[in-house]
Design a protein around this ligand. Structure first.
Ligand SMILES: [Zn+2]
Length: 413
């Protein structure tokens, strides 16, 4: 029997902390301290004081309460600078809770269980076809998540579930909204179903938004605003603001860039009903069609494109360059509009060769004005296919350790 594949190791992900102002509720203090420890940014009382921006006594009281309630535990000591005695090192208790993560793409899903200190306790990649509709896809997701839980430590409650789907979603209602490539999913109560299955809060997010957030929180804090452009079966975007949080827009449609049209694009028909959408002319799926490789199974077609490109097949490389030029036009426009610190190009094609990135770069640097590109970093994803899981881990752990929910942990429920 083959040994199981190694678990993806997520890098330390920075968690946001609640805004502090006026009289600070104790739940806000507890949330701030717990999130800073879970981030790994401050793991002793002395480090927490400047990191939290709270008084020493306030931090001390919060740490003692979180230790007494079993949310935090002592995890050895860490040396201090100078001659002081080593400080107690704090960590989230592994018994505090599990968070279930599902990053569902058009043809495959990454599923994982993490604890509140961001350790991946189980992971599996499974084939799914979102065109099958919500019932069979979510049944597959749930059965594998439940199986992963059996490998994790027993008697630890599931505190949150986070799922990403490849289409527009209403995060408030927890439903997909007219997703072009997901027939049967419109208004399906995804969050309510997972909430019922696992008896805990469930968060629904767009898959590219999850990648954008995961990427931003794995990078230094100065790499925002961050725009993530995913080029796969379709084309999608996700935007993390200068404050490090997702920008959803008024209705959750922000970043849904697959159906805009760019200069010079051919009139190919798109699944949305329009013609010439960037997704219809420059996605990996569109390149497969152009090369005559499209045959029913999109994942197979895209794998064929990848294989040709990594072998340096001139026709395939030419098609990728052409697509990169069109995507570059779009990215140049977005760079002018939002002035991001970083643009990350992700998705299945970027892993095969640097052709796509190089093409996008050349157009962006040629077309965008110097002020917008002076410090711009335009690069491939640092987390690759695990970016979505990282973003889901951030959302899930932040939810569990939020001021609104941390009472569930401290009350021992
Ligand atoms: Zn379209």
């Amino acid at each position: 029997m083959l040994p199981p594949p190694p678990l993806p190791l997520l890098p330390p992900l920075r968690l946001s902390t609640p805004a502090l102002s006026g009289r600070i509720e104790s739940a806000v203090t507890l949330s701030t301290v717990a999130r800073l420890v879970a981030s790994g940014t401050a793991v002793s009382k002395a480090d927490l004081v400047p990191a939290a921006g709270l008084a020493r006594t306030t931090v001390s009281t919060a740490v003692d309460e979180l230790l007494a309630r079993g949310v935090l535990r002592l995890d050895g000591t860490r040396p201090t600078s100078g001659r002081g005695r080593p400080a107690d090192r704090l960590a989230l208790s592994p018994r505090g809770g599990h968070v279930l993560l599902a990053d569902v793409g058009a043809s495959a899903a990454h599923l994982a269980v993490v604890d509140l200190s961001q350790r991946v306790l189980g992971h599996i990649q499974v084939a799914v076809d979102v065109t099958d509709g919500p019932e069979p896809v979510l049944r597959t997701v749930e059965s594998h998540l439940t199986a992963l839980l059996t490998q994790a430590p027993k008697d630890v409650p599931v505190r949150a579930v986070v799922i990403g789907l490849p289409g527009p979603v209403d995060g408030q209602l927890g439903v997909p909204v007219r997703p072009p490539i997901m027939p049967g999913w419109h208004a399906y109560p995804v969050s309510a179903r997972l909430q019922h299955t696992y008896r805990c809060p469930a968060v629904l997010e767009n898959d590219v938004n999850l990648r954008a957030l995961g990427e931003a929180r794995a990078l230094p804090a100065d790499q925002v605003p961050l725009l993530f452009v995913k080029v796969g079966t379709g084309i999608g975007g996700g935007l993390v603001t200068g404050e490090g949080v997702l920008h959803h827009g008024a209705d959750g449609a922000a970043g849904d860039i697959g159906h805009v049209r760019v200069r010079g694009a051919p009139d190919d028909a798109c699944v949305c009903g329009n013609v010439g959408c960037i997704e219809a002319v420059a996605s990996a799926g569109a390149i497969a069609r152009r090369l005559g490789l499209a045959h029913g199974d999109e994942a197979v077609s895209i794998a064929d494109v990848r294989a040709l490109v990594s072998r340096g097949d001139p026709t395939a490389v030419g098609a990728v360059r052409e697509a990169a030029g069109l995507i570059g036009e779009l990215v140049a426009t977005l760079v002018h509009f939002y002035n991001p610190a970083r643009v990350t190009i992700g998705g299945s094609l970027t892993a095969a060769s640097d052709e796509l990135l190089a093409g996008v770069r050349s157009v962006v640097y040629q077309r965008a004005l110097p002020l917008a590109t002076r410090n711009l970093v335009l690069t491939n994803s640092v987390l690759g296919e695990y970016a979505g899981l990282a973003g889901a881990a951030v959302l899930g752990i932040e939810r569990v350790l939020s001021a609104e929910q941390i009472g569930v942990l401290t009350s021992g429920r």
